[in-house]
Design a protein around this ligand. Structure first.
Ligand code: SAM
Length: 276
């Protein structure tokens, strides 16, 4: 740990000095508890000498924890008000922090953070799911990132790790689990945030595993979008518009009167593989 990071002022002081009143529109709920932040930074494993990509550092609480863990951090922040505080942090880190002002939805983060980086973020709720779907998508696997450690609203976290037959199981569970191991790593009480959000939060941790052979991600995405777009309907109805899906159900011996939520992740993988 460098001396520079030890000498930083408390986060509350940084927020007050730089006038960082939380913006609802930017999904700003800040974490200030250093012990909690250190626990989050430990979830991906030993980060010493590792590269980390962080979305939305805000006043820099999680960023500090990642730097304390020895990581080199590339962070993208949309709110220009946070940049002076982050510049101080960069200084204290001995250059281990790179801050880019921009929209995480519109950035080439793979080029920025580089191959093998871990993604760690307390995501803004309004773009969190879209970013996750983007990181989990694409035909290339393993992806450019080594792991994802992401804070979501607890209800979204539960959808990511959900098992078949549960109300939370759907498109997100399948996209997260078909070629990654997804775990709910930590629940975080709403009172840990400033200001506290209305709902509880949780950190999920995902690691890529071997992708099942012969399956195109685009096909699986098409299939899950259709199947769970009308989740109360029988597959016969919800998959009607997906070319070859009804034939694939029959070939695999999956009853077309079942609902999407009763199919396992391997069932969806086999269906996607059988599509033309
Ligand atoms: N990491 C800080 C923490 O844990 O205390 C702040 C987390 S706060 C939930 C989300 C952060 O993401 C805010 O700093 C917000 O300004 C930033 N943000 C919101 N939308 C963004 C976007 N599209 N691209 C980059 N950052 C964004």
């Amino acid at each position: 740990m460098s001396e520079g990071l030890n000498g930083l002022p408390p986060l509350r002081e940084v927020i007050a000095r730089h006038g960082l009143a939380a913006s609802k529109a930017l999904g700003q709920n800040f974490l200030l508890d250093e012990q909690l932040l250190d626990r989050i930074a430990r979830i991906p494993g030993d980060l010493a000498g590792q590269r980390v990509y962080e979305v939305g550092p805000g006043p820099g609480g999680l960023t500090r924890a990642l730097l304390r863990a020895g990581a080199e951090v590339v962070a993208v922040e949309r709110d220009a008000r946070c940049l002076p505080a982050l510049a101080e942090l960069r200084e204290a880190s001995g250059g281990r922090l790179t801050v880019v002002e921009g929209d995480a939805m519109a950035i080439d983060e793979a080029a920025l953070a580089g191959e093998g980086a871990h993604i760690v973020a307390n995501l803004p709720y309004n773009v969190g799911t879209a970013l996750l779907v983007r990181w989990l998508g694409g035909e290339r696997w393993p992806p450019w990132w080594a792991s994802l450690t992401l804070m979501f609203q607890q209800e979204v976290a539960q959808r990511i790790v959900a098992a078949p037959g549960t109300g939370a199981y759907g498109r997100l569970a399948i996209l997260a689990q078909w070629r990654s191991e997804a775990k709910l790593a930590m629940k975080v009480h709403r009172s840990a945030f400033v200001p506290p959000p209305k709902v509880m939060s949780a950190v999920v941790h995902l690691r890529p595993i071997g992708a099942p052979p012969g399956v195109r991600a685009a096909k699986l995405e098409q299939l899950t979008a259709a199947a769970f777009g009308q989740r109360r309907k029988m597959l016969r109805q919800s998959l009607k518009g997906v070319p070859g899906a009804l034939e694939a159900l029959e070939a695999l011996g999956i009853d077309a009167e079942r609902r999407a939520e009763t199919l396992t992740v391997p069932d969806f993988v086999n269906l996607a593989r059988a599509l033309p």
